[in-house]
Design a protein around this ligand. Structure first.
Ligand code: IMP
Ligand code: MG
Length: 182
């Protein structure tokens, strides 16, 4: 009998767990420095993709931040952007007069973040900044101001460390390029 093939066989490693860890601790230090005097910093994670990045990043922010999440989707089950953005679970609290840091897994076409920035700015935050683990600038269709970027990557579909393909691979501890069928 053939042994079962690994569930990661179609994934070519791109960023290892130690590389992620090192960069994320740097980002945390930088954010800590910038917001040292903030009266109230709220880190808003975009679910679900951000969940591992968010959990690791906030542990490197040495400030009394508030942790909030928003559910938003622009992808269905495919690997191309639909351009349709919808808030599936909104913030439970007002962000008026707060320093808001949006935490995202990846910025691709920019449609999701652009929608969210417009939406959030109507809520009158004290400041509004974007922090993304990955940036895929080649596919941008709308410009997005990004304050903190973990890694800039080429136009490849990546999975792992929170990023999924049709709901799978989020629990992979590293990030890899998906080469299988979609
Ligand atoms: P955008 O609106 O095109 O910038 O897409 C942003 C969202 O698309 C991200 O939050 C991801 O959920 C998803 N996405 C974009 N590129 C990838 C990828 O390479 N792998 C997995 N998800 C991706
Ligand atoms: Mg996402």
């Amino acid at each position: 009998m053939q042994p079962p093939q690994s569930w990661t066989r179609d994934i070519e490693p791109l960023l290892t767990a130690p590389q992620l860890n090192e960069r994320i601790s740097e980002m945390g230090r930088e954010i800590t420095e910038t917001f040292r005097d903030s009266p109230e910093l709220v880190a808003v994670g975009i679910l679900k993709g951000c969940f591992l990045f968010y959990a690791d990043l906030v542990r490197h922010i040495d400030l009394p931040i508030k942790c909030e999440f928003i559910g938003i989707s622009s992808y269905a089950d495919a690997t191309t952007s639909s351009g349709v953005v919808k808030i599936s679970s909104d913030l439970k609290y007002s962000i008026e007069d707060k320093d808001v840091l949006i935490i995202e897994d990846i910025i691709d076409t920019g449609l999701t973040m652009s929608y969210l920035l417009n939406n959030f700015s109507t809520r009158k935050p004290r400041s509004l900044n974007v922090c993304t683990l990955l940036d895929k600038p080649e596919r941008r269709v709308v410009p997005v101001p990004i304050e903190y970027t973990g890694f800039t990557i080429p136009d490849r579909f990546v999975v792992g460390y929170g990023l999924d393909l049709a709901g799978r691979y989020r629990n992979l501890p590293h990030i890899g390029v998906y080469h299988g069928e979609t």
